[in-house]
Design a protein around this ligand. Sequence first.
Ligand code: IMP
Ligand code: MG
Length: 181
Amino acid sequence: MPQRPYVIDVMISAKSIAARIEALAREIHREYAGTDKLVVVGLLRGSFVFIADLVRELDLPVEVDFLEASSYGDGMESSREVRILKDLRGQIEGRDVLVVEDIVDTGHTLAKVTEYLKTRKPARLKTIALLDKPSRREVPFRADWIGFEIPDEFVVGYGIDFAQRNRNLPHIGKVRFTDGA
Ligand code: IMP
Ligand code: MG
């Protein structure tokens, strides 16, 4: 299917993202102060910029690992069926695990991923998502920390893609089609 023409309107500036991440890092710091068991798990690929900025704000001993779950493909609709495509490299039994996600949309991905990770018996399992679209939820899921609540718009940038493009934008933008369809 040929790509429809679109432009990207800025929704959240790079500066606002940085300020919000600083505040989130302070809360996370408080939560995990004193632990040397923290493993921060980024969900590939959308969280790669967020996790990089977040962990650099944490003055804690922290391990970084990644997990890849099946995603949207090249479309704009969730597949709803979540599969683990790439598993963690490290052990998380008895560890404090913080899962880092780009967006909570229908909720299927984080609901399934956390259910899966719980079978590995972490000491604590918490979640943080940069963006949350609560109006889109199909299964009840609440992340422990959220960067920004946003309306039902398709967004890109700061790690988040549309058909694998635009992950390198420093801000969050919303996709606006220009062909009027
Ligand atoms: P969920 O399983 O529906 O909650 O979907 C979560 C995943 O869908 C996120 O990790 C994103 O990869 C993707 N997603 C949800 N909304 C958007 C969007 O607006 N732009 C790009 N990807 C999105
Ligand atoms: Mg994703």
